[in-house]
Ligand binder design. Structure first.
Ligand code: IFM
Length: 742
């Protein structure tokens, strides 16, 4: 196993890059995510542990956000009385006033799900020590967090003091989410902190125990309980310290802190090596189906493993009432809210690689149907209208106003009201899950209800005008153009949605008639309603320019100022930022794949009027919209890679893929400190499998590949689940394909 292609390595730590690396080096297990902050802290750092489902709406905040829970990482090491810190510069390397880092290597091993750091450090006393840190969030037992620290005296005979703590005074960048009463337990070997969120009243218990071969002592300062151990190290001698922590919340235990402390006893009894072995075993099963092997492009290989790793650590393993936020559990961006990013970008890779995880995510939407029904009712519609931004309650949580701009003004945010395609995006994911897994039970019990009730919503939402159906005041994927009438993406996807709803209902009537009856009654699926759906399918307005042979993003789009986006290169920001918000919304600059997104989702089923060749129309669409798109959203490049590959435009598709797969690694958007771009991570997986490899289900229900690999990729090998069976593919370049069933 070549771990070089499984590792993200940092060799030269720079203060101005630490927030970026904290995000990249997040560890997690689908229950929580912990940013890669240093154990000893660093000025300006942003340590955070985010637990799925723990949201709070603090006083004065516009919307609820995921809560940063008490920090389990802190370990301070004192060498001959002086603290170890990441000091990288000094004028006197022999007698450094604060110590100095002589050598450093930090690596995230994605195959093993383990973060390590090695530091050679000279203390102010002159002693040189090697510090080796290792940590993981167990994938085999999601409540176990483990750290190992090995300290070696390389030169000198230092006195070492280690303080391991839990920090109960954490905030979300200054916003405090906990009630003032904090339960601090420093009585026994296993210290603990229990807090309660202010508005949502979730209880979070964090326990921790330091295992040292030397005597330990516990105590606390304020809301920070700690354990201390100290000893002398003779030259070339070393010591290993293990720290086991555990987190439970009132979402999963009646007494979170007690339960966490009991879990730590279990962890201590099992021992560090055993826990690590079990953890690595679980990772091996994840990678067996999630890993895509690219022969011929080591950098793409490593980067693709990185993006896949982040989807996997964000996906809830056992909990079907939580979902993946746009920035995973790796940062505070978008306040941990769940968008369409989950269903259209993260769920599809999981459907193929880890279908149970995909099912959990779809169940989150099922459990939140009441919120979607409330939203429809509150807006004067029928059925279920899912929120654009969702949290633990399933209610709409999109803020109506932006944070203050530099001039103090706030911008109105319309997406919560107008970006209604989310309901169809969810239906798309459910349909895909069903087709790939054949999980009829899910469809019958849960999926069909979501597909049908969101169809009821669209049936009540459309407007009947001049013999056709229209949808006014929408926001499509291109969010630069708000409140537009007849977005081709939305209108076409609604037609797809209603067709899907009708065929699901027909299937239910044949395969599960009692359930069909149940849903017909519960959702009031009268013959008139179904007839209207058919009428909408037949008469929906699909904006199309016959002369140009293109789908029109929305009527009036081409009347706006044309901006040649490719002329604005090189750039490190969006063209929208360069032109300014007010001007750019009056131009043809597109934020992200919109008509191109439609082509990704529907392929040739996007359709073309009689007499026109759909492939030619797709190519025309690409040639029209690609040069107008500024990829202001991280969701865009991967979708362009997918569609570009399907159209045989392999070179540009590779450029887009390369950009997308490095969005976080290279901080292409300059905001990775706020968290991983979940959608880009899931998007690149799809770009490779559905785009470059062209995997699809054919009319007969068989899997087919239709490769358009980048020129320098020799082959791509991957495993997918299809209808409960694992299938292995090796797609060769040029088009030499073999498939085998295991
Ligand atoms: O869902 C996306 C949207 O499409 C573009 N702006 C960011 C959101 C969250 O990633």
């Amino acid at each position: 196993m070549q771990d070089r292609l499984w590792e993200i390595v940092e060799l030269n730590p720079r203060a101005d890059e630490q927030l970026h690396y904290e995000t990249l080096f997040t560890i997690g297990n689908g229950y929580l995510g912990t940013r890669g902050s240093f154990e000893e802290g660093l000025p300006g750092d942003s340590p955070a542990t985010l637990v799925h489902g723990i949201y709070d709406h603090a006083p004065g905040m516009l919307v609820p956000e995921l809560v940063n829970v008490p920090n389990w990482l802190p370990v301070s090491i004192f060498i001959d009385g002086a603290p170890f810190k990441m000091v990288t510069k000094t004028t006197d390397i022999m007698r450094p006033p604060e110590g100095i880092v002589l050598g450093y290597r930090r690596a995230l091993n994605m195959r093993r799900g383990i973060l390590t750091r090695e530091v050679l450090f000279r203390a102010p006393s002159g002693s040189v020590v090697r510090l080796e840190f290792e940590r993981f969030a167990s994938l085999s037992d999601i409540h176990i967090l483990a750290q190992r620290i090995r300290i070696t005296a390389v030169d000198g005979n230092p006195h070492i003091r280690v303080e391991s703590a839990i920090d109960g005074d954490v905030t979300n960048m200054g916003v405090r989410h906990f009630l003032p009463e904090v339960n601090v337990d420093d009585r026994g070997d296993t210290i603990g902190v229990e807090v309660k969120t202010q508005q949502s009243r979730y209880i979070v218990g964090v326990g921790s125990r330091l295992i040292s071969p030397h005597r330990i002592q516990t105590g606390s300062t304020g809301n920070r309980p700690y354990t201390v151990t100290s000893f002398d190290l003779a030259q070339e001698d070393w010591v290993v310290l293990d720290k086991f922590s555990s987190i439970y919340t009132s979402r999963d235990a009646l007494q979170p802190l007690d339960t966490a402390q009991a879990k730590i006893s279990e962890a201590v009894a099992a021992g560090y090596e055993t826990l690590r072995e079990r953890h690595e075993g679980e990772w091996a099963t994840y990678w067996e189906t999630a890993d895509i092997q690219i022969d011929g492009d080591d950098e793409a290989q490593r980067a693709l493993r990185f993006t896949t790793y982040h989807v996997l650590i964000a996906a809830p393993r056992t909990d079907e009432r939580v979902s993946i936020g746009a920035k995973t559990l790796s940062g505070m961006g978008y306040k941990g809210h769940v968008f369409w990013d989950t269903e259209l970008f993260c769920v599809p890779p999981l459907i193929l690689a880890q279908p149970k995880l995909a099912r959990n995510l779809l169940m989150y939407r099922y459990h939140n149907l009441p919120g979607a029904r409330n939203k429809a009712r509150a807006n004067g519609y029928e059925g279920a209208m899912f929120p654009w931004e969702s949290t633990d309650t399933g209610e709409e949580t999109t803020p109506q106003w932006s944070d203050p701009q530099p001039d103090g003004s706030r911008i109105r945010i319309w997406t919560g009201e107008r970006e209604q395609h989310i309901s169809t995006d969810i239906t798309y994911a459910i349909d895909k899950y069903w087709r790939w897994t054949g999980d009829d039970e899910f469809l019958i019990k849960y999926g069909a209800e979501m597909i049908l009730d969101t169809a009821v919503f669209w049936g009540s939402r459309v407007e009947h005008k001049d013999g056709r159906y229209e949808l006014s005041q929408q926001i499509g994927p291109d969010e630069y153009h708000e409140n537009i009438d007849n977005s081709v993406f939305v209108n076409r996807m609604v037609v797809w949605h209603l067709r899907t709803a009708l065929s699901v209902l027909a299937w239910l009537m044949g395969s599960a008639p009692a359930d069909a009856e149940r849903l017909i009654g519960a959702l009031n699926l009268t013959p008139e309603r179904l007839a209207k759906w058919n009428d909408i399918i037949a008469k929906m307005y699909i904006p199309f320019d016959r002369e140009q042979g293109i789908h029109v993003q929305f009527p009036g789009f081409f009347d706006m100022e044309y901006i040649p986006v490719p002329h604005y290169e090189p750039r490190t920001t969006s063209v929208q930022a360069i032109l300014g918000h007010a001007r750019s919304i009056q131009t043809q600059v597109i934020k992200q794949a919109d008509v191109v997104m439609l082509m990704a989702l529907l392929g040739e089923n996007v359709g073309a009027p009689d007499g026109l060749d759909v492939r030619q129309v797709m190519l025309n669409n690409w040639n029209t919209y690609y040069p107008r798109t500024d990829h202001g959203s991280s969701l865009s490049p991967a979708m362009h890679a997918w569609v570009g590959a399907r159209l045989g435009l392999t070179e540009v598709a590779y450029d887009m893929f390369d950009h997308a797969v490095h969005i976080d690694l290279n901080d292409n958007k300059g905001n990775v400190r706020d968290g991983i771009h979940a959608a880009a991570c899931g998007g690149v997986w799809q770009a490779v499998i559905f785009g470059f490899c062209g995997l699809s289900i054919d009319e007969a229900g068989d899997l087919q590949v239709d490769p358009h690999l980048p020129e320098h990729w020799r082959s791509v090998t991957f495993n997918v689940y299809y209808r409960g069976e694992q299938r292995t593919f090796t797609v060769k370049n040029p088009a030499l394909v073999s498939s085998a069933t295991r």
